[in-house]
Write a protein that binds this ligand. Structure first.
Ligand code: FDA
Length: 304
C-alpha cells in the first residue's frame, strides 16, 4: 500500500516542483544522492575507489519533452564521461532512454546515445541502459540490441525480475552475448505484466540470477537482499564460477554493511551513484522500496 502511494507520488509534478526547490532538499536527499553537481559525483567515485569499489554514474533525469532537453542530457553525460576519464576512474555511466528523447523521437534518442557509446568505446568502458516502466521494455531492448551490434561489449541491458517476460528476455540477451544487470524492478506495474507478490518476485529473481550466472555474459547481480546475496555466493561456489566473471551492484547509500562484506570477501562490487538536481522520481522510488526511510529522513531534518 505504502509502496503504491510513494510510486504514485513519484509521478506528481506539483510535489516534485515543490520538493526539488525546497531549501531543505539537500538534507533529505544526501543519503542517496551524491550532490547536485558533477564534481560532487566524481568526489564520491574517488572515495569509493579508495575502498576498492567501482561505480556507475547516473546524471539524474527522465522523461524529457524536447529535443533541446535531450541534447542537454547527452552533453551532461559526455562531460561526465570526460571527467571519469580525466580522474583515471574505471566507472561506467547509467542512463535512462527517456532522458534522451525515447518518448517522442526514437531516432534522435539513438543518435544521442550513440555519442556516449563512441566515448565509452574509446575509454574501454560501458554505457548501462537502465530499465524504466514496462511501457518502454520493448523499445529499450530493441535499442540495446542495435547498440550491441555496433559497440559489442560496451553496452549493458537491465532486466527486472518482477516482469513475467523476463526469463525469455534474458535467454535472448544471453544468446546474443549482451551483458545484463538483474534487478527486482522499481515501477508501478499492473498484475497482467508483473508478479504482484514480493515473495514471487524474490523467487523469480533467484531463478533468473542462476540462469545469468550460468549462461550470461558478465552479469551484474543488483540487489541488497541479504538472503539472495547468500544464494548467489553459494551458487558461484558450487559451480566454481570465478569472481571476475560477474559483479554485484548496489545503490549508493544503501546497506553499507553488505557492501563491506562483499569487497572484504574479494567479490567485485559496483555502486550506482546518482547526481544532479532532477532527483525527485529517483528519491521517491527509494522511499517506495523502504517506507521506513521516511523516519530516517525526518530524524535527519530534526537533527540539523
Ligand atoms: P528488497 O527491496 O527486497 O530489499 C532488500 C533489503 O535491502 C531491504 O530489506 C533493506 O535492508 C535494503 N533496501 C532495499 N531498498 C532500500 C532502500 N531504498 N532504502 C534502504 N534500504 C533498502 N530498478 C529498475 O526498475 N530499473 C533499473 O534500471 C534499476 N537499476 C538498479 C541498479 C542497481 C545497481 C540497483 C541495486 C537497483 C536498481 N534498481 C532498478 C532498483 C531495484 O529494482 C529495486 O527496486 C531495489 O534494488 C530494491 O530491491 P532489492 O533487490 O534491494 O530488494
Amino acid at each position: 500500500m505504502l509502496r503504491k502511494t510513494f510510486l504514485y507520488l513519484s509521478q506528481q509534478s506539483w510535489l516534485r516542483h515543490w520538493m526539488e526547490n525546497s531549501p531543505l532538499s539537500q538534507r533529505f536527499t544526501s543519503r542517496f544522492i551524491a550532490g547536485e553537481r558533477l564534481e560532487e559525483g566524481i568526489h564520491v567515485l574517488e572515495k569509493l575507489r579508495r575502498e576498492k569499489i567501482t561505480a556507475t554514474l547516473d546524471f539524474l533525469g527522465e522523461n524529457v519533452s524536447t529535443l533541446d532537453e535531450a541534447a542537454q542530457s547527452r552533453d551532461n553525460y559526455l562531460k561526465a564521461q570526460a571527467a571519469i576519464r580525466a580522474s583515471g576512474l574505471t566507472a561506467t555511466v547509467s542512463i535512462k532512454l527517456t532522458q534522451f528523447g525515447l518518448d517522442f523521437a526514437e531516432e534522435a534518442c539513438l543518435n544521442n546515445v550513440t555519442q556516449l557509446m563512441e566515448c565509452a568505446k574509446t575509454m574501454d568502458s560501458r554505457v548501462e541502459i537502465d530499465m524504466e516502466s514496462s511501457d518502454y521494455t520493448d523499445r529499450t531492448l530493441g535499442l540495446v540490441t542495435t547498440l550491441h551490434k555496433r559497440f559489442g561489449g560496451h553496452v549493458r541491458a537491465v532486466i527486472q525480475a518482477y516482469l513475467f517476460r523476463s526469463e525469455s528476455d534474458i535467454r535472448s540477451l544471453s544468446a546474443q552475448g549482451i551483458p545484463v544487470r538483474l534487478c527486482k524492478g522499481a515501477y508501478r506495474e499492473p498484475p497482467s505484466m508483473a508478479y504482484p507478490l514480493k515473495s514471487d518476485v524474490d523467487a523469480n529473481y533467484v531463478k533468473l540470477m542462476k540462469l545469468l550466472l550460468d549462461e550470461g555474459t558478465y552479469p551484474a547481480i543488483a540487489t541488497h537482499d541479504e538472503t539472495i546475496l547468500k544464494q548467489a555466493r553459494l551458487h558461484v561456489q558450487e559451480r566454481q564460477i570465478s569472481p571476475d566473471r560477474f559483479e554485484f551492484q548496489m545503490l549508493y547509500g544503501i546497506r553499507r554493511d553488505l557492501q563491506n562484506q562483499l569487497t572484504g570477501d574479494g567479490y567485485r562490487l559496483r555502486l550506482y551513484v546518482p547526481y544532479g538536481d532532477a532527483w525527485y522520481p529517483y528519491f521517491m522510488r527509494r522511499l517506495a522500496e523502504r517506507p521506513a526511510n521516511v523516519l530516517f529522513i525526518a530524524k535527519n531534518l530534526l537533527r540539523n
